[in-house]
Design a protein. Structure first.
Length: 163
């Protein structure tokens, strides 16, 4: 397996000079790791989750260039392709590349969650976005009911936002 640190380094290179984006994916990675550990994921699923949390917003750069937008639908559209390209160039195993690109291509779609890796990715991303977007406590509580399912994610949401 390619070390996650190599993927992190490639993503910091991809986002050179964009501290906001780099810090965002690092925070999502940290929360994903905490939730994954708390939910006792197997090593293969942890690796997929780690890779997905690092590259999950790779589509933003092209979305902004093409559409001047960071809308989730554009992130998903371009993110799947971009993550596949980046991970393949790094030599990541094809099955991992395919799952990660699927997760990246759906991480703003909350209605089709098909695995614990997907669930944790959206929970970890929400934990960070809630703060970065300065969401109201009402919005956080609503997300708790609609999005969060893992015990660890719910505990983190409570600890961060008292929700």
């Amino acid at each position: 397996m390619i070390p996650i640190g190599n993927i992190i380094m490639k993503m910091t290179e991809y986002y050179t000079g964009d501290t906001k984006r780099i810090n965002h994916f690092l925070k999502v990675y940290a929360f994903g790791k905490a939730i994954g550990d708390g939910e006792n994921l197997d090593e293969d699923t942890k690796y997929i989750l780690d890779a997905a949390t690092v590259v999950h917003d790779i589509g933003i750069k092209i979305s902004e260039e093409k559409y001047h937008s960071t809308a989730g639908k554009y992130q998903e559209l371009f993110g799947a392709m971009q993550s596949k390209e980046l991970l393949t160039k790094l030599g990541v195993e094809e099955a991992v590349v395919n799952r990660v690109s699927y997760l990246v291509g759906h991480h703003h779609t909350y209605s089709k969650v098909d695995g614990i890796d997907y669930r944790i990715l959206i929970e970890a991303d929400f934990l960070v976005n809630a703060h970065e977007d300065n969401l109201s406590i009402e919005a956080v509580r609503s997300a708790k009911e609609k999005i969060f399912r893992t015990k660890t994610g719910i505990a983190l949401l409570h600890n961060l936002y008292n929700a």
